[in-house]
Design a binder for this molecule. Structure first.
Ligand SMILES: NC(=O)c1ccc[n+]([C@@H]2O[C@H](COP(=O)([O-])OP(=O)(O)OC[C@H]3O[C@@H](n4cnc5c(N)ncnc54)[C@H](O)[C@@H]3O)[C@@H](O)[C@H]2O)c1
Length: 400
């Protein structure tokens, strides 16, 4: 079986890759029956020479490979028919802008596996870049704070070599006495937690956070059953909430009253209550003045996220009174960081971390008869048809 690390062709360029040269060499050692080829790329974070130095073939012609490993969507004109592909296709939520991509993969008899659909039997995701989004998102929020209030100057993550360099920058700053709320319990939230812990910011319980004042910066990590509550006052249950959140309402205002900096790292499910609305943000007791919205659901549960921002221009302001966008440092504005491709700022670490997960969970499945069902569950298309698990996409494919 021949695997190809493909060149990323989406614009703006993405420097990430499924395997760093070292990880690819590990994969080769573990699976001598596999062959790994590298498609030449001038944008990848690891240069062609780094793969060549480890004796990998680097070439412009990968047509003889069986399995293509990429990160972002492959432009339709670059798809090679009859191959197996792995990348983030952004089709499983019926995203209109990628309908043509899914249609073309079906027409060209491509077997498509989406990184997002590589899941355990329980449905929880096995691989992703969430940790890196959480790391960069929390850092970017502190960078905005420093810029806005003149406390300190942090450089952009994209100008730094790696996570170690990011940490060295954090060593130089002192965080003022603020209260920080972090929502979520997944990969993003834990990535942000790493930054807070690295800064030695004290974590306090939900009860203490809501009721006490402190003489040092503190943070609280709130889970879905803390920032939501049952409408009837009974104790909630997160599994019940995941299935049907309609009996719940937001409890976020209790946190918003005492929080300065909010890091949104939660997953937001359809029909769940908004964390805070535009009206909530108008209330005099709404105290939050800085938000790093890593979850980044636009015009939804975090009302100030009017749009996603970019790595080039990561910050804007939200004026609660006029419900409109203003300068990030305008008086009384909530400063918003809502970059939706945060892991791209840390391509080296993100690629190394991704390769670890991919080698542990996916590559073995090709050689052990897919004993854990990883490939079966992840497969979206085969023989020109949607698989049973993804048959719900038929209307989307048909253009209905
Ligand atoms: N801004 C960016 O660049 C960026 C990058 C990666 C991820 N994200 C976003 O961040 C969010 C969190 O991602 P993650 O990687 O931490 O996810 P994850 O899969 O690691 O964690 C999700 C968590 O939410 C919980 N959960 C599952 N269903 C839920 C529901 N219906 N309601 C509430 N909670 C539920 C799970 O138990 C889990 O703890 C996602 O919305 C993702 O799209 C943004």
């Amino acid at each position: 079986m021949k695997f190809a690390l493909i060149k990323e062709r989406k614009s703006p360029p993405d420097r990430r890759v499924v395997f760093s040269p070292e990880k690819l060499a590990e994969a080769r050692d573990q699976f001598p029956e596999a062959e790994f080829i590298v498609e030449s790329s001038d944008i990848r974070i690891f240069p062609d020479s780094a793969y060549k130095a480890l004796s990998f073939k680097v070439t412009d012609n990968i047509t003889d490979c069986d399995v293509m490993l990429g990160v972002k969507e492959v432009p339709v004109e670059s798809l090679i028919p009859n191959k197996k592909y792995f990348f983030f296709s952004h089709t499983i939520k019926e995203q209109p802008y990628n309908r043509r991509l899914l249609q073309t993969m079906l027409e060209e008899n491509i077997v498509m596996y989406d990184h997002e659909t590589i899941v355990r039997q329980t449905g929880s995701r096995l691989i992703g870049f969430g940790r890196y989004a959480g790391l960069v998102g929390a850092y970017n929020g502190f960078r905005a704070l420093g810029l806005r209030d003149g406390f300190f100057t942090l450089p952009k993550v994209e100008t730094l070599a790696d996570l170690d360099a990011v940490k060295k920058e954090l060593d130089k700053i002192t965080i003022p006495n603020i209260k920080i709320l972090l929502t979520g319990t997944g990969k993003v939230a834990h990535g942000s937690k790493e930054i807070l812990d690295y800064l030695n910011i004290k974590q306090v319980s939900d009860a203490l956070y809501l009721t006490s004042t402190f003489s040092e910066p503190v943070y609280c990590m709130a889970n879905v059953m803390e920032y939501n509550k049952r409408k009837d006052g009974k104790v909630g249950n997160k599994h019940e909430f995941y299935k049907n959140p309609t009996g719940y309402e937001s409890n976020f205002m209790a946190y918003a009253k005492v929080t300065d900096y909010f890091i949104a790292g939660h997953f937001y499910g359809n029909d769940a209550p908004y964390l805070f609305t535009r009206d909530d943000a108008k209330q005099p007791e709404f105290n939050i003045n800085l938000i790093a919205d890593v979850s980044c659901d636009v015009d939804g549960p975090v009302a100030s996220t009017l749009r996603a921002s970019t790595i080039a221009n990561p910050f804007y302001g939200y004026d609660a009174k006029t419900e409109s966008e203003v300068a990030f440092n305008a008086e009384n504005a909530i400063t918003v960081m809502a970059v939706d491709n945060l892991p791209c700022e840390l391509p080296k670490d993100a690629s190394e971390g991704f390769g670890n997960m991919f080698l542990e969970h996916v590559i073995p499945a090709f050689f052990n008869n897919d004993e854990r069902g990883i490939l079966k569950r992840a497969k979206i298309t085969e023989n020109g048809k949607l698989t049973k698990r993804f048959a719900y996409l038929q209307d989307y494919v048909d253009g209905n």
